[in-house]
Design a binder for this molecule. Structure first.
Ligand code: GA4
Length: 334
């Protein structure tokens, strides 16, 4: 019998040029949620970058630490035990390397959860200690998303102030998703040249309203600046990690609700060749039946929506038919 050697798994993952120290982005807007002026600062950051860092959030370090150590414990298990918590599709659970349903691959393993209205993951989805640590964390992350969306409404002078946060708050039937990503170091890259790294999570925008991310102290997250370089190429910059802060992404739905005044931020994660990265992302999606259209108060006289009408449920269904890096909003532009 002839046994054919499998190509190394890393060969199935798109390689990227490694970010150099010059690419570290010192200009990430920092918003202190506990200070007056936060609403204005958030709107400014959403307009310029679709991305910002949140400090002064009041979420106890213990909540983050407990969730992180339970997640690390989960990923440290034998592969067979982790596989028993999967697959991630359908509907939710443990996944490794495959992202979505259409062939995207990344150098990561993850847990993906549907979150119910009480900000809890389903009972069967994780062992009790992990579930309880994650539920506490998810409730806190939802709180941050609600405060951020209240601040967006305030900064844009939209009434009522819960016009956006009301799509996510408890009791609204919002469509929330939570994921824990683990990016192991990628030793197979050593020897391929210092400029080479693997894609952890390929470039994409998030379909929801906003996403709230927190990671351990390992770098890897990059965002694309709104301005392209002189050759028209995306300018990727590395976001310095901060385990005490949250990072907020504007998603496609908030882009539409602001009629393009905010743009969803393109982002990706590259592997760190030496250190594991663990990140938590809470995706604040509206209820499935929510109509996604520009808030009337944000349209100037005679200004029309740039987008065709759709509900969040319709957008989500369309999103799952796309590849990660696709421009998902393009099919809804007028
Ligand atoms: C990107 C944001 C969230 O991680 C996610 C992702 C989802 C998935 O991993 O299942 C998608 C991706 C995300 C958008 C396009 C589709 C669906 C993978 C993919 C190729 C959970 C989400 O809601 O949309």
């Amino acid at each position: 019998m002839v046994v054919l050697a499998q190509p190394p798994v890393v060969d199935q993952i798109p390689l990227l040029r490694s970010p150099g120290p010059r690419d570290s982005f010192v200009g990430v807007p920092v918003v202190d949620l506990s200070r007056p002026g936060a609403a204005r600062a958030i709107v400014d950051a959403c307009e310029r970058f679709g991305f910002f860092k949140v400090v002064g959030h009041g979420v106890p370090a213990a909540t983050m630490d407990r969730a992180e150590s339970e997640a690390v414990r989960f990923f440290a298990q034998a592969q067979g035990d982790k596989d028993r918590a999967g697959p991630a599709y359908p509907p939710f659970g443990y996944g490794s390397k495959r992202i979505g349903l259409n062939g995207d691959m990344g150098w990561l393993e993850y847990l993906l959860f549907a979150v119910d209205d009480a900000a809890s993951i389903p009972d069967a989805c994780a062992a009790p200690a992990l579930r309880s640590a994650l539920n506490e964390y998810i409730a806190a992350a939802r709180g941050v998303a609600v405060r951020v969306l209240d601040a967006v409404a305030e900064g844009l002078d939209v009434a009522p102030r819960d016009a956006l946060s009301g799509m996510v708050a408890a009791g609204t039937g919002s469509d929330q998703v939570f994921r824990v990503n683990h990016y192991p170091p990628c030793p197979a890259l050593q020897g391929r040249g210092s400029g080479c790294t693997a894609t952890g999570f390929g470039e994409h925008t998030d379909p929801q309203l906003v996403s709230v991310l927190r990671s351990n102290g390992t770098s890897g997250l990059q965002i694309a600046l709104r301005d392209r370089d002189r050759d028209g190429a995306a300018q990727w910059v590395s976001v310095p990690s901060d385990r005490d802060a949250f990072f907020v992404n504007v998603g496609d739905s908030l882009q539409v609700l602001t009629n393009g005044r905010f743009k969803s931020v393109k982002h990706r994660v590259v592997t760190n060749s030496l250190k594991s990265r663990v990140s938590f992302i809470y995706f604040a999606g509206p209820p499935l039946a929510q109509r996604i259209a520009p808030l009337p108060q944000l349209l100037a006289d005679g200004e029309e929506s740039l987008y065709k009408e759709f509900t969040w449920g319709e957008y989500k269904k369309a999103a799952y038919k796309t590849r990660l890096g696709d421009n998902r909003l393009a099919q809804f532009e007028k």
